[in-house]
Ligand binder design. Structure first.
Ligand SMILES: O=C(NCCO)c1cc(-c2ccc(F)cc2)cc(O)c1O
Ligand SMILES: [Mg+2]
Length: 214
């Protein structure tokens, strides 16, 4: 049997990036996915929006739902202040195995805790397992039909507080219509849409930033 797309992406990082240099890891993945083989990373265009929102929030504790190969994990972790932490959740063990290696190659393993399993089961255990009071920043990039249930779970578990920022990928493509309705109609969120394009394509996509009002 042959290699998988995530394994080929890892090979491209090991071949073209410099160990311990997150920028070179990001560039190597973007080059590979734009010129060799498309993959569902948030990508360079939406990645700049992610960078700017992250820099504005400057979170002490951040959560990512949907690690995939760790591209956005590296984008987020490279911008965290010293002592800040990122927890990233991945359901698919094969994705998680590649992500661990890409995060380590970037030298960011000390800032990142990758947890394998279903987000719906793991979110209620976050406080006990990791001593999290609440997340300042949440990047939603996992199964699109999990955005609403997991947002409700974060609220019910007291894992978001006044000022917490949720940033959701793919609200147009593949789309998360129920999530857009939820955050845009709820009095508990102040939402804004950042128009962009689906990673490495000219197809429209965007990020929705929602501030929890408490
Ligand atoms: O399913 C996604 N993520 C959760 C699984 O890890 C996902 C899918 C796509 C995508 C795929 C196929 C297509 F034709 C268009 C978009 C894009 C993304 O950014 C994504 O995050
Ligand atoms: Mg995505």
């Amino acid at each position: 049997t042959g290699s998988s797309r995530p394994q080929r992406m890892l090979k491209a990082v090991q071949k073209n990036a410099t160990k311990g240099d997150p920028e070179s890891v990001i560039s190597a993945i973007d080059y590979y996915c734009r010129h060799k083989e498309w993959a569902m990373n948030v990508g360079d265009e939406k990645g700049l929006i992610l960078d700017s929102v992250l820099t504005e929030v400057n979170p002490s504790t951040a959560l990512e739902l949907g690690t995939y190969c760790g591209y956005s994990t590296v984008r987020i972790a490279r911008l965290l202040s010293p002592g800040s932490k990122l927890i990233t959740v991945e359901f698919n063990p094969a994705f998680a195995a590649v992500a661990r290696q890409i995060i380590a190659y970037a030298g960011l393993q000390d800032k990142v805790t990758l947890v394998e399993g279903p987000s719906g089961d793991l979110i209620p255990k976050m406080k006990a397992r990791f001593g999290i009071k609440s997340f300042d920043f949440v990047f939603l990039d996992h199964w699109k039909d999990r955005y609403v249930p997991d947002t409700k779970l974060l609220e019910d578990c007291g894992l978001v507080s006044e000022g917490s920022v949720l940033l959701a990928d793919n609200v147009i493509c593949p789309g998360a219509p129920e999530y857009l309705k939820y955050v845009r109609n709820s009095p508990r969120y102040e939402s804004r849409y950042y128009k962009s394009n689906l990673e490495y394509t000219k197809v429209e996509d965007g990020l929705e930033k929602s501030v929890f009002l408490g």
